[in-house]
Design a protein. Sequence first.
Length: 80
Amino acid sequence: MKVLIKLRGSFQKHLPKAARDFSCWREVEPGSTLSDLLAGLGMDLNEPKTLVINHRKGHLEHKLADGDVIAVFPPVSGGG
């Protein structure tokens, strides 16, 4: 099955060189979790990040489904 992964900010370095628009489709095995996907991209799972799956807050234990859209952002701070 395939999922679309979008990496933003400092996480973009984990995308393949052929990736366009800071995203790429990835083949994943049925039963794979978001944690499996991110580890396969070489990401540090303990590094702070914001996870979004299909436009909703995500978590590392989420079991991926065909066509899922995953976005990973660095933590956001600021305001005033």
